[in-house]
Design a protein around this ligand. Structure first.
Ligand SMILES: Nc1ncnc2c1ncn2[C@@H]1O[C@H](COP(=O)(O)OP(=O)(O)OP(=O)(O)O)[C@@H](O)[C@H]1O
Length: 251
């Protein structure tokens, strides 16, 4: 499958810069335990800035748990997750995209049908999203035979048509080559630009530097610091983050 290029979000003229409020997320003393063992928290923080928020930390730090708790896939054992407005529209994209055994177009029209979008509007919206994500040539191709990078773009296009107010991305680029990573990062910028709150995990410090507005740094199931990206990368406050950024092996 040929690799298709995606227009850089910064050069797409029809995405207006969003200036309204972005959905604000609060964790209030949230903890999550499984079989009597606390795996996450207790943690309290608020995501109120423009983001994107990059969630970083070593393996097993609790990054995916944080995303799943925020998205409502897991319920806190204690504490509460709340939003500034009534529960906002949310989407989540995983490291391995979960796609239907259908054409690329049908993956999007199905999502729109579930979303109760009027039937007539579904195909035009889906085609527009496929074009935006550089997948127009794959419209009728089965999602299962697309390359890894194309599948990830399809997952992002599916999120895009649902116009989420919040988008969670769990290591969306860890299995992709540089061109595909660039396309995903352009998509992150595009979501950000249209006012979506983006919360994303990554192991890639360089990627976090390219994307982050703020950083949530986790270690051992706890949020060790939450700071603006510039501060985090130049003067991390916690010893754990200092060691992590220095490339030391921490748990
Ligand atoms: N459903 C579960 N049942 C039991 N333990 C779990 C479950 N989900 C996560 N864990 C444990 O919780 C801890 C945090 O997991 P999590 O997947 O959030 O880490 P992570 O920071 O995303 O790690 P990685 O960078 O390796 O993806 C790990 O020790 C993991 O084994």
């Amino acid at each position: 499958m040929t690799s298709l290029s995606m227009p850089d979000a910064h050069t797409i003229p029809d995405i207006p810069v969003f200036s309204g409020p972005v959905a604000c997320l609060t964790f209030e003393a949230v903890s999550f335990a499984h079989q009597g063992k606390t795996l996450f928290g207790p943690c309290s923080f608020t995501l109120a800035g423009p983001g994107p928020t990059l969630v970083m930390g070593p393996n097993g730090a609790g990054k995916s748990l944080l995303l799943r708790l925020a998205h409502g896939l897991l319920s806190p054992t204690q504490g509460g997750v709340s939003w500034s407005s009534a529960r906002p529209r949310q989407a989540m994209v995983f490291q391995q995209p979960v796609l239907l055994r259908r054409s690329a177009l049908s993956n999007l029209t199905h999502a729109l049908a579930v979303n109760k979008t009027p039937r007539k509007a579904r195909k035009p919206l889906a085609e527009k999203a496929l074009a935006r994500f550089g997948l127009a040539a794959c419209t009728d191709t089965s999602a299962r035979v697309l390359s890894g990078g194309e599948q990830q773009r399809l997952a992002l296009a599916r999120a895009w048509v649902l116009e989420p107010e919040v988008l969670f991305l769990d290591e969306p680029t860890s299995a992709l080559d540089p061109a595909a990573i660039k396309a995903v990062e352009a998509a992150v910028h595009a979501f950000q630009r249209q006012g979506t709150r983006v919360v994303m995990t990554t192991h890639d410090v360089h990627q976090a530097k390219r994307l982050a507005g703020d950083v949530l740094f986790l270690a051992g199931g706890h949020v060790r610091e939450h700071t603006l990206a510039d501060t985090f990368f130049t003067a991390p406050a916690s010893k754990a983050a200092q060691a992590f950024l220095a490339g030391e092996l921490i748990e």
